[in-house]
Design a protein around this ligand. Sequence first.
Ligand code: MN
Length: 350
Amino acid sequence: MISKIIKEELIQAAKEEIDSANDIVIVSHISPDGDAIGSSLAFANFLGTLDKRVKVIVPTAYPDYFGWMPGAKDILVYAEEKEKADEIIKKTELIIALDFNVLKRIGDMAFCVADAPARKVLVDHHIDPGSFADIVISYPEMTSTAEMVFRLICRMGYFTDMTKECAECIFVGLMTDTGSFSFNSNQSEIYSIVSELIKKGVDKDEIHRRVYDNYSESRFRLMGYMLTNKMKIYPEYGAALMCLTKEELDRYNYKPGDAEGFVNMPLSIKGIIFTALFKEDEEKIRMSFRSQGDVPVNEFAAEYFTGGGHKNAAGGQLYVSMDEAVRIFEEKLPTLAECMIAERDRQLSI
Ligand code: MN
């Protein structure tokens, strides 16, 4: 039995918006991950079964290893076809925003989406949703936006119409946002959902292989280089920092998604409970933070790195040099000392 977590009035409001629109655009965040692509393609597939005209638009390219997903080839990448995308967004009747909380998460696309006359529905699981949408369906306790899409489709009464392709996309979102059910995955109901997805024909072993055993050789070379040369451990806190400059990323022919999962790796080391990955972009440093237990990396990211996210998974960015970013990190790291040491000692005592 799957409980009715999303409020009935939100389900009805979303259903009314969908019922009264024929042209629908689905948008998701920069550097789209498995949940962004999975929830978007699942929703698009579902709307397709209702005979809606649907376009999925993402701000920047998605990793090659999601290319097999049903509908992936039809995704429009804003950075590559801006004028076409602007035109579609301007004319659409309904925009469904998935897996992001505020418009700055969709980068250059934000202006067009904000100005579009279309009605807007936000479905997301990040804290502090913005106010750009007419209907906001925000449940930070959910594992993934894909889980929310599953619940929405069921609650609107369309579970029996859900296709295998839709189920596959939902599974990708659920799997990737929980690290293959290794974190944020103690909610028993998600396994009831996975069970329903498998009954729809999802081959979960095959999907795991397609997503996680489909990386490029250069990603592996980059990983090896980073772990050997670019990982700094702070044993006094149980923390680790890895940095990759633009020159290093270029040297290893870096492509979107190539650093997926890197930030989690040092958590596999005994006694490490907080990790950070800094990546140099054109003019800024992008940070990812991960933690275990009661170490609030979202607060750390928000306070010092103009970012945010979940308690155990957050990101940020600073327009400074790599050296300066590292300096700030090392200066601010002690602010988490108490909770890091408590969590490290808790783990080491078990
Ligand atoms: Mn997500």
